[in-house]
Structures are given as structure tokens and as C-alpha cells.
Design a protein around this ligand. Sequence first.
Ligand code: BTN
Length: 262
Amino acid sequence: MNWDLEALKERLTGKLFGHNFYFYSEITSTNDKAFSLGIAGAPEGTAVIADSQSRGKGRFQRSWYSPPGVNIYTSVILRPEIESLKASQIPIMAGVAVALVLENICPGKIKLKWPNDVLLNEKKVCGILSQAKIIGKEIDFIVLGIGINVNIGYSQFSEGLRDSSSSLVMETGREISRQELIISIYENLEKWYKQLLRKGFGEIKQSWLELAPMIGQTVNIKFRDETIEGKAAGLAADGSLILFSKGNKEIKVSAGDATIMR
Ligand code: BTN
């Protein structure tokens, strides 16, 4: 199932995300391309889609495995008029929007892991990388990069990724149209983004909490050389994770990799 760019263009006309899209059969990273488009003044909603990436980027300078023909790699430009301190609400919102679309395909099996990994049966099916250009206290733009493992089979993952990654085809046994899926993702992203701008973070936070099994559990947060352990208690308004460490001290964690302690 390949991309039909004419049909895609037609379906995205009039939508916020993707009304203006750039498609590449191969690119280094859709985030890098979207970031340079953002600097050049591209309007909100501009999207970059690639069939493969030669240097797909993950959080913390990790790479994102991006082979051709099977997955979704896309980045969109947002220009929200919110304080820069609230920029991290955007990837949280995106995690909810993507998770709820994937939940329709794999009911009951989709969860969120702070800050915005989407898990399918406890394995990663989608990663989100947001990069912001901030000027003073204002957000100039945010690039929201979304990678979804769609039709990639188990054997196509490297050994290092097999235990921790999953894909929609691995779970459902049927190929999913990337084109239909990206349209649903853009539509749901538009819905939740508008909700964030109009009504604030409350409902998004609530939906995130409902999808996040780590709340109430003891978790480890690894960041650079440091590991913090505590009980995950909720999400703060800036998207950071609220933890109660030993001694019941409340800490807000704004970056790191979270693992539930069993
Ligand atoms: C992570 O979980 O570490 C984030 C992964 C984000 C991957 C996507 S794929 C599309 C976009 N382009 C990139 O280079 N990265 C993001």
C-alpha cells in the first residue's frame, strides 16, 4: 500500500494539518526539514511526510529506525499563541491524539508512557519528538515529529529493538493503510490542538492520565547520569511528571525516561 499523493492532497484540503504538505521518498529527518521550513516562515499546519528517513531522530539524540515502505514518519509545524512555559503541553496533547486513533485499531491495548511514548501491549509503537523555537517568552513555532510503526514486521526490527518495539501489523495481523492512518492522525491532532487552545490543558491532562498506567506506581526516571525513584502522582500544568520521592517529598520531573518498577 503506497502513497497516492494526489488523493492525499485532496483529502487534506481545508484541514489544519497537512493542507500544505511536502512529501519525500527519502529524507534525513522530517523534523529537520520542518524546522527549516518553520524558520523560513511556513504557516501553521505545514506537514512533512517521508517514506523513509536516513537519520531519523529520537529523544536524547537517539536514532529512530525509519525503513521505507512500512511506517509513518511525519512532522508538522504549530504556531500556538501560548506562553513558552506551556510548550511541553503540545507533545502531551499529541500523545493523547495519536493514542486515541491507535486505540480504534487495537482496542484496549494502547497506553501512554510519560512523556509521550505510545505503547501497544507494553511495547513502543509510536514516538513523538517536539522541537520548539522560542523567542523570549514567546513560541515562534513548534515542530511535532511523529513516528508510527505501522506495517513493519518483527524480523525487520534490529535485535536491539525487537523486545521493546511493536507495530500495528504485528498486533492485528493485517496491513494498515498509512495514508488513511495519517489522515486520521492529522484530524485528531487538529481536534485536540483546538481543544488545548480554546479550553486549556484540563481535559487533555485527564485523558492522558486515563491512558497512563504508571500513575500510582513506583517509577524510575533516568536522566543523563541520574536516576530518580518515586511514586508517579500526576501531571503538572507544564507537562512535567509529579513524583513523590522517598520521604513523601513532591518533585516535578521535566525530562527523562520513565520505567515502572515491578
Ligand atoms: C522518541 O521516541 O524518541 C521520538 C521519536 C520520534 C520519531 C519521529 S519520526 C518523524 C520525526 N522525524 C524524526 O527525525 N523524528 C520524528
